[in-house]
Design a protein around this ligand. Structure first.
Ligand code: F6P
Length: 373
């Protein structure tokens, strides 16, 4: 009997998505008698039943291409903007799933996608997920694809900023993506030899950072590279944020969770342009000229690294093995040299942050990098 597989990509795009789609699709082709379709633009395409066939022709030539040939969106099945309303569209998605007689829906995405796929599983769909994001913050997997490429881009940027910072005797504050996780800023900061690395997991004291830079100047080093994660927090802000995050996590009532979310949104509003503010403050406190570089979406663009292609292909082809075993409701995690099917309920809500004693943190401290604490 033939099998039908649907694939979608959701959340922010990243390099390696096409390699994963190809891995799943080509493994299906080599087994034979399997139809693979792709839904366009994430969960919205599933809801609107917009598809393309993922046959030999569409799967060719995509291994090295960045982004996703399927398109993506940040739509959530249970809270989808439709006209001027926000509606739960999971039933509509179930209709599409049944119409195509799908054996399984494969969702490629980050933390949010794991949650959304879990919701569809609870509705009765067979789902499997793959962990992707440049942030590397999905729990229960060693690593996510997309991260290695972004790490390379951010490291290259820091390398290039060194020569101009050095020539002008400036501070260059470089903002690195990662949402609330510091993996990218820390990894690129250590690999690129940033003088200061600020990450959300280690709140920083502004005076400690400024004094570190002044000390460098006193020792004849008249430039400094500050790698700051987009979610980095000064200590006083972290102290205001912590109780709200705890309330959001532990709230028993919906209203309490909502209140915490609103409080967090207010603080995040105060943190807008945080990197620019930091640069101004450091300029004033050190008497050194400062400039800001925001790497932004450059970090998500372009050709995937060899490591990401290998990882995405490994996870994609392993996904096909789990489908053949009808092992559904799991995320295909990267574990050591292999893979592991982790039940989605064990993945949902497990954001992977940088542990303060991680060896990258220790290495940074050992080479004298200022972490601001
Ligand atoms: O999750 C990936 C990511 O690039 C984060 O690092 C960043 O905070 C966010 O997406 C940006 O989202 P968008 O592309 O929707 O602006």
């Amino acid at each position: 009997m033939s099998q039908n597989i649907g694939i979608l990509t959701a959340g922010g795009d990243c390099p390696g998505l096409n390699a994963a789609i190809r891995g799943i699709g080509k493994a299906a082709l080599s087994i034979g008698n399997i139809n693979v379709i792709g839904f366009l633009d994430g969960f919205r395409g599933l809801m609107e039943d917009r598809t393309i066939r993922l046959d030999g022709k569409n799967l060719s030539g995509i291994l090295t291409v960045g982004g996703t040939i399927l398109g993506t969106s940040r739509d959530k099945p249970h809270r989808m903007p439709i006209g001027n309303k926000v509606l739960d569209m999971t039933d509509k998605m179930m209709e599409t799933y049944e119409k195509h007689h799908l054996d399984v829906l494969v969702c490629l995405g980050g933390g949010g996608t794991q949650k959304n796929a879990f919701r569809l599983k609870e509705k009765g769909m067979n789902v499997i997920t793959l962990p992707k994001t440049i942030d590397n913050d999905v729990g229960m997997t060693d690593v996510t694809f997309g991260f290695d490429t972004a790490l390379g881009i951010a490291t290259d940027a820091i390398d290039r900023l060194h020569s101009t910072a050095h020539s002008h005797h400036r501070i260059i504050v470089v903002e690195i993506m990662g949402h609330n996780a510091g993996w990218l800023a820390l990894g690129a900061g250590v690999a690129g030899g940033a003088d200061v690395i600020l990450i959300p997991e280690i709140p920083y004291n502004l005076e400690t950072v400024a004094e570190g830079i002044r000390k460098r100047s006193r020792h004849g080093k008249r430039f400094s590279i500050v790698a700051v994660a987009e979610g980095a927090l000064p200590t006083e802000m972290a102290e205001r944020m912590r109780p709200l995050q705890e309330q959001k996590l532990n709230a028993e009532k919906k209203s309490e969770r909502q209140q915490a979310k609103e409080g967090i949104a207010v603080l995040e509003g105060e943190l807008k342009e945080h990197t620019l503010q930091l640069s101004h403050q450091l300029e004033e406190m050190t008497n050194l000229e400062a400039r800001v570089t925001i790497l932004g979406h450059l970090q998500r663009g372009g050709t995937p690294s060899a490591a990401d292609r290998l990882l995405a292909t490994r996870l994609g082809t392993a996904c096909m093995d789990y489908i053949q075993d009808r092992h559904f409701g799991v995320m295909v995690a990267s574990r050591g040299e292999g893979t592991e099917p982790v039940p989605l309920e064990d993945v949902v809500g497990k954001k992977k942050l940088v542990p303060p004693d991680h060896h990258w943190v220790t290495s940074a401290r050992n080479v004298g990098t200022i972490l601001g604490d």
